[in-house]
Design a binder for this molecule. Structure first.
Ligand code: ACM
Length: 641
């Protein structure tokens, strides 16, 4: 059987007896595709057939739905007719599936679906974009654009802090390296390679282009590591920088100026970043991205003068690297599918989906990042978000654990178990591997977000651990666990440790930094607690949030819609007392995978908002306002994989 299609419609409904409490339901219609030959009768779906689907909103049948849940894990659901009879004749209508969260965008509806026939075989169902029965109401109106500031704007993003345009009489189209050291020549060729991958071959690497303007580069003591001065005169380009990073930034600026059709005019630039940490985070667990997508993201970051790429390598839905001592992390935890230990999730269907990256693939990310002066921050998220690890290495579970909590994403008991002897042995192997795989990363990220309240309440192993230390609450247990973990990582790898805000707000001291993500206010609280803070509040910096209110736009909405104006106007230290300003370590954009169904959606969600975040972090403002930023962003190359 083939040619089956799933249509879904979202309806907002008022709770019975209330005129203020709204909830939402999805109605599903499963039907033969138009044009499919054959009788549309119930015999095509024999008794015992089931419908499996994934929906980020975590659906729950109501009495009216006519189905019951056979299997559920987070957004993954398997349904069958309530009376055990055959599914009704086509179309199979399943109405009133209650949505755990309000839906605001089409991609909040079912994304993947398939039929499971009584013989265990599966039939892929085509899923149409979900419709809204009425325009969804958003608590947040789209922000209006910030005013245009009429500054003199050059086509460079992030825009340099100071530009003096001298003359447009002479236009430069290419540059060649005239005077330098070998070290500078290496930096030149890595940025020239970046330019070539972008499609902009404007930095001559072979020294054969005699028409190219000669460039002289020098490292000078009076500038800080990332600062640079760039002077483009009639017959010469002069770059002075504080260090290799400054040289790279100068060459990226030069590359962007040379690449415009008219060529670069005569001008002087004096530039340096506003904050040292300018990051982009990519979730590699929810979706499978080919390894070159990460290399491309490193290129994208370098082209925007970002400093860090944070790689979220593990989560409930997958484990993405090999650990020799625990081979099943990769062999089981890397791949989801129908009938596999890891159920389909986040839009993947019944076929095996995803894998762990090989050491060689990760090595190529490190090489690319090192060449471009980008620091990678690899993350293993613990103790929560560990469903894939727990399924892959079942000994990690406390077999007598009677805890019944679930994570906000719907994973039951998805936490590592403090007090279980294997837990620290496992983590030693994991973080030693991570340190080996990422030799140039000074900081390892330990996650620490969203540990469900009440975790471990039914675990004898953790109860004994807590009793021996006088710990009572989930948060106290988590804090003790994280402190031991940080101590172990410091002793065994010598690396610093970063974490999401919850861990630091619970009292753990990150040796690196803490990332504020639930709100800007969380950043203020982290700074008041004395932590170095990276600001990534969901309301402005989560690029997986939909960029506007329209139902058709891709992305999530738990933090509201994040418009370009929102990212442009976000001031990371608004509300900070003056004496805390030194604790602002940096700014980060985050891209989570739940809604990234393909690379076009990744790009739609990334640009131009990433450019706004990069410019706020580098320049401290959006030069020319959001419209000018968007125009400059549109002129930047997208890079291909
Ligand atoms: C997060 O978004 N859970 C860090």
């Amino acid at each position: 059987m083939d040619g089956v299609i799933l249509r879904s419609t979202y309806r907002r409904r008022l709770d019975a007896g209330s005129d203020t409490t709204w909830f939402g339901t999805f109605d599903l219609e499963l039907d033969r595709k138009p044009g499919t030959s054959g009788a549309c009768d119930a015999t095509d779906l024999p008794r015992g057939s089931r419908l499996a689907l994934w929906c980020a909103m975590q659906l729950e049948p109501s009495d009216a739905s006519g189905v019951r849940v056979v299997e559920r894990l987070a957004g993954h659901l398997v349904l069958e007719p309530i009376d055990g009879g055959p599914p009704p004749s086509w179309p199979w209508m399943i109405e009133g599936l209650r949505s755990r969260f309000p839906a605001r965008h089409s991609n909040d509806g079912p994304e993947a679906a398939w039929l499971i026939l009584p013989d265990g075989s599966t039939v892929i169902v085509d899923v149409e974009p979900s419709r809204a029965a009425e325009p969804p109401r958003s608590a947040l109106a789209d922000s209006t654009a910030a005013p245009h500031d009429h500054a003199s704007v050059v086509p460079v993003t992030p825009h340099p802090r100071q530009v003096e345009l001298r003359s447009t009489a002479v236009r430069h189209r290419r540059a060649r390296l005239a005077v330098s050291t070998t070290a500078i020549a290496d930096v030149w060729s890595s940025v020239a390679g970046l330019g070539q991958r972008s499609g902009w071959d404007v930095l001559d690497t072979l020294g054969v282009d005699s028409d190219a303007t000669p460039a002289t580069l020098a490292i000078v003591a009076e500038l800080s590591e990332e600062a640079y001065d760039l002077d483009i005169a009639d017959g010469a380009i002069t770059i002075r920088a504080g260090g290799d990073r400054g040289i790279r930034h100068a060459l990226v600026t030069l590359g962007q100026l040379l690449a415009v059709e008219a060529g670069a005019p005569e001008l002087s630039v004096s530039d340096k970043p506003q904050v040292a940490f300018r990051g982009i985070h990519l979730d590699l667990a929810r979706r499978w991205f080919e390894p070159d997508v990460v290399e491309r993201m490193i290129d994208i970051a370098a082209w925007r003068k970002l400093s860090h790429v944070h790689l979220h390598l593990t989560d409930d839905e997958a484990w993405r690297f090999h650990v020799d001592a625990y081979p099943t992390l990769a062999s089981i935890g890397g791949t989801r599918g129908h009938g596999l230990a890891l159920a389909p999730s986040c839009g993947s269907g019944p076929a095996p989906y995803g894998r762990a990256y090989t050491n060689g693939e990760i090595g190529r990310w490190v090489q690319r990042a090192d060449a471009l002066g980008i620091t990678l921050v690899p993350e293993v998220d613990v103790p929560g978000h560990c469903h894939a690890a727990l399924v892959s290495v079942p000994e990690l579970r406390d077999p007598d654990d009677a805890s019944t909590v679930s994570s906000v994403q719907g994973y039951p008991n998805n936490v590592l178990v403090p007090g279980r002897p294997i837990t620290m042995t496992f983590l030693e192997a994991v973080f030693a591997t991570l340190a080996d795989l990422f030799p140039s990363s000074p900081t390892l990220h330990i996650g620490g977000d969203e540990v469900p309240f009440g975790s471990w309440e039914g675990s004898p192993d953790t109860r004994a651990y807590a009793a021996a230390r006088g710990l009572v609450s989930t948060s106290q247990i988590e804090t003790a666990f994280h402190r031991e973990l940080i101590q172990m990582i410091s002793t065994t790898t010598g690396r610093d440790v970063a974490m999401w805000e919850e861990a630091a707000l619970a009292g753990v001291e990150p040796s690196g930094y803490a990332v504020a993500w639930t709100s800007a206010d969380a950043g203020v609280r982290l700074a008041r607690a004395g932590h170095r803070v990276v600001m990534a509040p969901g309301q402005t910096n989560y690029l997986d949030m939909a960029p506007g209110r329209a139902w058709e736009l891709p992305g999530g909405s738990w933090a509201g819609n994040v418009t370009l104006a929102d990212t442009c106007t976000f001031d990371p230290t608004a509300g900070w007392d003056d004496d805390l300003a030194g604790l602002l370590h940096g700014v980060q954009a985050c891209i989570w995978g739940e809604h990234i169904a393909d690379l076009d959606i990744l790009d739609t969600l990334t640009f131009p908002r990433l450019d706004a975040i990069a410019e706020r972090a580098w320049t401290g403002r959006i030069v020319g306002g959001p419209e000018a930023l968007a125009e400059r962003s549109a002129g930047l190359p997208r890079f291909t994989t």
